[in-house]
Design a protein around this ligand. Structure first.
Ligand SMILES: [Zn+2]
Length: 454
């Protein structure tokens, strides 16, 4: 589910030019090393040698304190100190990467604007494309490719070197880079359509470009949510129905209980790229499909899968996708208003020097992208909190539906592979788009204590 929302932001930031690789599809990524109830017939799982959880048995679970705080601590104590230290280092490094990505995006904008490069590309696109839409689309394609090239060193470090250093990547360089090229091709097409469309709207709406720009950006994001599961996701992974068995039956039973119109469950081969575990309910306007990755299938027990899928179905039942669209539409509106204010001043001061003919001139896209990226960077705690709030809701919905607090806690521990398990409250507010391990386990243990279940 998160990956769909990341896609919203990615599409917009792409349309506006912060041309960075999308986050690895870490939807409700969850990780496990314990159970095998669901995976007897499947190949051996790919695992991260740097990650482990102290195993326990039924006797341990029988002794688990009834008190939520004490039970939460008992689970947290199963994370070895070196595993916690590694997780903290990985996740906190991500804070800095957000900053470096933001600063790199600004630097790319400066490089493109400098020496009137952006204006010269616009003039070239005008000669080649002639028509305004084609000119702007060509410029958008240039922008996507230039951004990709200039950010390639950081992309290689963040997406390949660092993921391998932390034991989560499963690809060698050639296939990884091949996927980057596929991503570049997709991004370039998306950028051409998005930039062509966005500037057509901006040109026609005069002073109110910020309003219609928001409408166009939101509309384009919704289009992306429709298209991505069908046409884009299969470029990177193979999707196939889950075999008949306890997992499929359990997921479909929960879907049926809550009126989710799913008649099949799909798995995809995320182990091609990563050791991470994830699942999502993708699509919008009736195209919903329940999808879980092979790492989840192979490395978790049935109670854990039920807990995860209860969470995913919660996103669907609570209409989180539509609420997200409304919330992010407001955030984008604020971003475009800020952009309108900032662009007027920046263009008055620098426009002529860089050969830019106003906000409707596609050559000013790097400036718009920089301004919008600044807004979204500062608004990170807001966007994270909007998403995290829904994730907490989905956790609680999943507990009510699946009634598996121990399965939930077990899978929450596994999330520590790539998410800091026990942050401070301010840190969680600013940086976490999903609740932390401790927060989630405490929710599960509170449910267990109050409901008096095993
Ligand atoms: Zn979720």
């Amino acid at each position: 589910m998160l990956c769909k929302r990341v896609a919203v932001i990615t599409l917009i930031s792409l349309a506006l030019g912060s041309a960075h690789a999308a986050e690895p599809a870490a939807a409700v990524a969850r990780n496990d090393a314990s159970g095998a109830a669901a995976s007897a017939a499947l190949p051996a799982p790919v695992t991260n040698p740097q990650f482990r959880i102290r195993p326990v048995d039924d006797a341990w679970r029988a002794r688990l304190p009834r008190d939520a705080d004490a039970a939460t601590q008992a689970y947290m104590d199963r994370l070895p100190a070196d595993v916690v230290a590694r997780s903290n280092a990985y996740f906190e490094g991500g804070y800095w990467l957000q900053l470096w990505n933001f600063l790199l995006g600004l630097a790319i904008s400066v490089v493109l604007l400098g020496g009137r490069r952006s204006a010269r590309v616009r003039d070239w696109a005008q000669r080649v494309g002639r028509k305004a839409f084609l000119r702007d689309a060509l410029y958008g394609g240039f922008f996507a490719v230039a951004g990709w090239l200039l950010s390639l060193p950081l992309t290689v470090y963040q997406g390949y070197v660092r993921e391998h250093a932390y034991g989560m990547a499963t690809q060698t360089f050639a296939p990884w880079f091949g996927e980057q090229l596929i991503g570049l091709a997709v991004n370039t097409v998306v950028a051409m359509l998005a930039v062509g469309g966005l500037y057509a709207v901006i040109r026609r709406s005069g002073e109110r470009w910020w309003l219609w720009g928001t409408v166009a950006a939101v509309g384009f994001s919704v289009l992306g949510m429709l298209v991505a599961p069908v046409w884009i996701d299969p470029l990177f992974n193979t999707y196939k129905p889950v075999e008949n068995g306890p997992v499929k039956s359990a997921v479909l039973a929960m879907a049926q209980a809550d009126g989710v119109p799913a008649d099949n469950v799909y798995e995809f081969d995320a182990s091609r790229q990563t050791t991470r575990v994830s699942a999502n309910v993708a699509g919008i306007f009736g195209s919903a499909s329940v999808r879980l990755n092979d790492n989840l299938l192979r490395r978790t027990s049935l109670p854990e899968i039920r807990a995860v899928m209860g969470h995913e179905l919660g996103h669907y039942v609570m209409n989180h996708i539509y609420k997200s669209i409304a919330e992010f539409a407001l955030l984008f509106l604020a971003g475009f208003l800020f952009a309108q204010w900032a662009m007027a001043r920046l263009l008055a001061r620098w426009g002529e020097r860089f050969g830019l003919h106003g906000v409707a001139d596609v050559a000013s896209l790097p400036l718009l992208a920089a301004v919008f990226a600044l807004f979204m960077f500062v608004a990170t705690p807001i966007s994270n909190t909007l998403i995290r709030t829904q994730e907490i809701e989905a956790d609680r919905f999943g507990l009510n539906l699946a009634r598996e607090p121990l399965g939930e806690a077990e899978v929450d521990l596994k999330l520590t592979e790539y998410r800091k398990p026990d942050p401070g409250p301010i840190e969680e507010f600013i940086f976490f788009d999903h609740p932390s391990t401790r927060f989630r386990i405490h929710d599960a243990m509170r449910w267990r204590e109050a409901m008096g279940t095993p």
